[in-house]
Design a protein around this ligand. Structure first.
Ligand SMILES: *Cc1c(COP(=O)(O)O)cnc(C)c1O
Length: 400
């Protein structure tokens, strides 16, 4: 029995990619961000589909994510956005991953590994310099650039392919912070040029900045959210014609008619109001159902919403309870979502065992064990099933 499965429409992803391409400034290219298993959709399948339609560059956060793409035949540029550990460098270099340098110590480690590997001087390792402009995570600051230049001059094997930064608030309505970040980026890159470092490429835009600032497209835009069919925030909808490639489904595995007043689930937060039918779905928070990133209020309206939601819950009213879709109707989850079982109150919908239900499962938190079924040109292309409990190191593809 499959508790849940996910259908991924690769045509939709390719369509979203083409929407992005149409709006690129001349000279700019799209780097497809396929980190976190392509936001849960499946990095290998997504990258393969995009490479087939001409996408030349991909980005991931970690070395292991990049290695998986290489092992599965992705030949284009693969940039590792996150910091790397020294022990990961030899494999990353052999697989021709482009690494991000975000501090002086990472350069020292890279120099050491290049020597350990006895790389010839003409064998170059391409890196991108990450500049800190306001995200507060990683990257070089103005005061470090001179030392960086001196260190770089010592090792001709390290080649600066790119220089980039990342916006912290590009999806927000208030543009001032992004403008400030871009100004810092300009100052930092000007200083680098003064010091004699002229990287081949510059790139700054994520999905939100790509839509709002065409003048900042430079050589690459790094796009994730738009490719998977989402807008980066409420103000962006309709700016492109996106399609959603993702449908998560489960099925009814137990069905029962119960009297009025039946308590359902942990803490009995749901109680039936009439005689009704309860259906059980073999899916729960272990699969990622009902999970969401921590929500931080952005101003008073958000804060009041949270207070109101928690206040009415004291009286047994649960706002924002998850809903599933069954026979084209929205049905609320009855009670708390369990670890692997969820109950829905289907009333008089006339359900049967095995009926399919659409689950609003968030992409990035959907458990990678859940089978993904890929469609391309209307056909079922392949299925990704976890093999012997291991994913994503050794994903199994079986043609259907
Ligand atoms: C995730 C990420 C992106 C892509 O951002 P989206 O808003 O999903 O398009 C771009 N750049 C970096 C450094 C990232 O970490």
């Amino acid at each position: 029995m499959s508790g849940a499965w996910i259908e991924v429409d690769l045509d939709a992803i390719v369509g979203n990619y083409q929407e992005v391409i149409k709006r690129l400034r001349p000279g700019a290219r799209c780097m497809a961000v396929v980190k976190a298993d392509a936001y849960g959709l499946g990095a290998i399948e997504v990258a393969r589909a995009l490479e087939k339609v001409g996408c030349e560059a991909f980005a991931v956060t970690r070395v292991d994510e990049g290695l998986i793409l290489r092992e599965h035949g992705i030949s284009g540029l693969i940039l590792v956005l996150g910091p790397t550990l020294k022990e990961e460098l030899p494999q990353a270099i052999k697989a021709r991953l482009q690494l991000t340098l975000s501090g002086l110590s990472s350069l020292t480690e890279l120099n050491e590994v290049c020597s350990d590997l006895k790389l010839e001087l003409q064998q170059q390792v391409s890196v991108h310099l990450k500049l800190e402009t306001g995200m507060g995570r990683t990257g070089f600051q103005l005061s470090e650039l001179e030392a960086l230049t001196i260190a770089l001059a010592k090792d001709p094997r390290v080649q600066i392919a790119g220089v980039y930064t990342h916006f912290a608030r590009a999806a927000q309505r208030d543009k001032r912070y992004s403008l400030k970040q871009y100004e810092s980026f300009r100052i930092l890159t000007a200083r680098l040029e003064e010091l004699g470092i002229c990287p081949t490429w510059k790139h700054v835009c994520n999905s939100a900045a790509f839509l709002d600032y065409p003048e900042w497209h430079h050589d690459f835009v790094r796009i994730g959210t738009l490719l998977i069919g989402h807008y980066p925030g409420p103000g962006f909808s309709g700016k492109l014609t996106l399609s959603d490639p993702w449908v998560a489904k489960s099925q009814i595995v137990h069905l029962r008619t119960v009297p009025k007043g039946t308590n359902v689930g942990y803490q009995s937060i749901y109680r039936t109001k009439t005689i009704t039918q309860l259906a059980v779905l073999p899916v729960g928070y272990a699969d990622g159902f009902g999970l969401a990133p921590h929500f931080v209020p952005q101003g008073w309206i958000d804060f009041l919403k949270i207070v109101l939601k928690n206040f009415v819950a004291l009286f047994g009213i649960f706002l924002g309870q998850e809903q599933v879709e069954l026979k084209g109707r929205r049905v609320r989850v009855a009670g708390k979502i369990g670890m692997q079982l969820t109950v829905i109150d289907v009333g008089k919908l006339g359900c049967a065992l095995g009926d399919e239900v659409r689950i609003p499962l968030r992409r990035t938190v959907a458990n990678p064990r859940i089978t993904r079924r890929y469609r391309r040109e209307g056909q079922m292309l392949s299925e990704r099933v976890m093999k012997e409990g291991v994913f994503p190191v050794n994903p199994e593809y079986s043609l259907q």
